[in-house]
Design a binder for this molecule. Sequence first.
Ligand SMILES: [Zn+2]
Length: 285
Amino acid sequence: MKKFKTVLFLFTLTFFFQNCSTEDNTLPNTNGPENILEPSNLNLENTDSYTLSDFGPNSYWADYIVDRPTTDFLITQHNASARFFGMGNVPLYFAGGPDTFNAISFSRGYVVWGEELLASAKSYGNAAIAYVAAHEMAHQVQFRDSRIPSSNHVSATELEADGFGGYFIRKTYTSNWTTAAGAYRFSQTLAGPRGSSHGSAPQRRSAYRLGYLLGENNSYSNRDFDANFFYYYNYYVLDGRLKKGLNKPKTISEEAHNYILSHLKELHKIYTGEISEKDFMNLSN
Ligand SMILES: [Zn+2]
């Protein structure tokens, strides 16, 4: 009888633990997006991603990545850019572990950062983290407002996100161009998302610089920034010819318009590569 009771007890115990582990496997993961158990299960279609690789099979949802202060800094910049662009709460998730050199903005309204990407950005300085956070937030702006980007240039989405990034950096992070250019240097090491184009490195530098300069004397709504960014980009930076009728747009101050005009030749030379990456770093404010 005693033996029977022991067997029964062990059986119950085994059943309890089995049941428990089954329960654990079906618990919703609170660290990642709903119904996505691992970062490698993310559906990367219809998203923007910074690199070509998916999250690897051994990656996992994490509370923080790299270390807590670095994650806290990323969270601060992510939230600051959400506020700056009037986006409200945009959930941010972290993928830890191997094969996580990726940061992705999802059309479903959230952003995922990988640990390896954050570690690499950090090695370029905190401003690089702030810049990529703003670039990914700019894609959320584009997802939410179908009129942005207003241009049909092949790389409009990415070039504008670079422009928004430069604008954010100038308005909230630094008015020192050397710091701002240093932040941008990191993003040039990254590839574009699958099936689209981030634009060439000189194109992207000119877009970032234009966004930065637009922030010098003015603040804009997202749509006004979009309109002004493409106004100058498409009407001058691309072909370097000052078209007749490059009048001041309504939504930009006289001072800011003249400031951009005084930099148009420089912007075009960045675009063509005549101003090299090294010279780009050394431009004055
Ligand atoms: Zn992008």
